[in-house]
Design a protein around this ligand. Sequence first.
Ligand code: PMP
Ligand code: GLU
Length: 402
Amino acid sequence: MEEGYLSLRVRELAPSATQAMNMRAKKLKAEGNDVISFSVGEPDFKTPKHIQEAAKKAIDDGWHAYTPNAGTPELRQAIAEALTRDTGAEYTAAQVVASTGAKFSIYLSLLALLNKGEEVIIPAPYWVSYPEMVRLCGGKPVVVHSSEKEAFAVSPAALEAAITDRTKLVILNSPSNPTGQVYPARTIEKIGDLLEKRKLWCISDEIYNHFIFGDHGHKSVATVSEYCREHTITVNGCSKTYAMTGWRLGWIGAPARVAKAIDDLQSQTTSNPAAITQAAGIAALKGPQDCVLEMVAEFDKRRFIIHDMLNDIDGVVCSMPSGAFYALPNVSALFGGTIAGVKVECSNDLCNVLLDKAHIAAVPGEPFGAPNHIRMSFATDAGSIEEGCRRFKNLVEKGEGV
Ligand code: PMP
Ligand code: GLU
């Protein structure tokens, strides 16, 4: 291919690290290896039966045509009710747009708000796709670090210090991927006050809002004040809550004028999310919710297993996850050493040696803005978590692989 053939935009793009590690693990598995994957953030449960049945019925009933871009009226109504219930802020169907996954919802939200050169504040550690999406939309990501000591909730003072006259919005994600931590309500309130004081917008990615453990609670920034209600795009979807990653259904709830802009963008890009998926989404949102509670109870058990086993490995320190299904162990004490004859200088090196020697897939912290850490999804069964952590310990402490 001749030099410069691809757009600058694409040449500068870092492909998704979570997807890349998932593909590497899958390939190794397909080659006959016993791989334990802590890589991708995807529930290991099947989509509940009643949701599957609704999709089959939709095929039989002839849901074969385009629907309105933003989703059928019934789906948008069901989403508005779910957003109202979950956030505590009122949403109507006109304030909702359904898209092919929350990832695309976030992308469209950025496209709708950002002009070239405008800055977006992203608290780190962050989900890998935020900075890349901001760049794709012509904006400039501005990363603000949070510390393990403050349970990875960025301080409002640090956020304020990063605001310039080009700042347009802040991306919040609680419960967070990759930290597995939930922002305290008080911190969300202070950030909400700051948004109002500095006249900023917010994209609040709440895709893990059902995955909250112990006595932690979920606070939506849209409920902080009237200003926040009018300047927040709340994002959610079916992928995590209903174990529907492959179905591709996400959505936004936003002021009606913003929802309309996102609807217009969608009309010129993907059109509506798949009609069959929309039928499944209606069943998910309006059907029984015990499937969600069962899944969350299972993740709640697993977080103790992974937390305790990781902390039992020399050189690994892990905070207790309070939300989502990620552990983010600090592995920096291993840097500069040798594991199974391999020099380990950074989280990338560690993930490579874990995969090559012990057949454990974890994602390096660098692309999450967390270079001292690695991300381990515990959306895998308890037996595999135990076996994976045993392998990790044997490899690090004794240099034994599989
Ligand atoms: N936000 C966060 C924080 C995520 O971890 C993910 C990954 N699944 C998404 C958004 C996108 O989810 P989906 O596109 O599957 O709805
Ligand atoms: N969000 C999930 C993760 O972080 C799925 C992969 C992706 O969408 O990038 O692993």
